[in-house]
Design a protein. Structure first.
Ligand code: TYD
Length: 127
């Protein structure tokens, strides 16, 4: 998979409330080495604006909503709206991404197969 894609995760519906889970390799094509989350993003602010040289990432809006614009290696621009906790956006290496239009309650989980490494970033606000 060298294109960004939406991955549907299991959702166990229950009168007590829903449950969703995620398993490396079964649901997305990498092993989790790091998790981080973005939240309390002020209205109108954007995050990202970069690609990674080697890192794979999966982003899930656990609450609220956010738009993720991606540009792949063939310069295909795609906009994904993340607004359900059982859908994630898989972003492979060398795909530029920007997160924007965060809702006030947006809480986004990011899963990565690498530890934080600033030299893996390729930053540019516009491609
Ligand atoms: P960054 O990934 O640059 O955020 P964005 O692409 O949305 O601008 O991260 C912002 C800061 O947080 C940067 O100084 C590095 C630091 N950071 C870590 O120390 N560890 C991490 O896992 C992440 C994701 C960021």
């Amino acid at each position: 998979m060298n294109r960004p894609s939406i991955i549907e995760l299991p959702q166990i519906a229950d009168p007590r409330g829903n449950l969703t889970f995620i398993e490396s390799e079964n649901h997305f094509p990498f092993n989790i080495k790091r998790a981080f989350w973005t939240y309390n993003v002020p209205s109108g602010k954007r995050r990202g604006g970069h690609s990674y040289k080697q890192q794979n990432e999966l982003i899930v809006a656990l609450s609220g909503s956010v738009d993720v614009v991606t540009v792949d290696e063939a310069d295909v621009v795609t906009s994904f709206r993340l607004d359900r906790p059982n859908f994630g956006l898989f972003i492979p290496p060398r795909v530029w991404r920007r997160m924007e239009f965060f809702s006030g309650n947006a809480f986004c989980l990011h899963l990565s197969d690498s530890e934080y490494n600033s030299s893996d970033y390729v930053r540019s606000e516009r491609r």
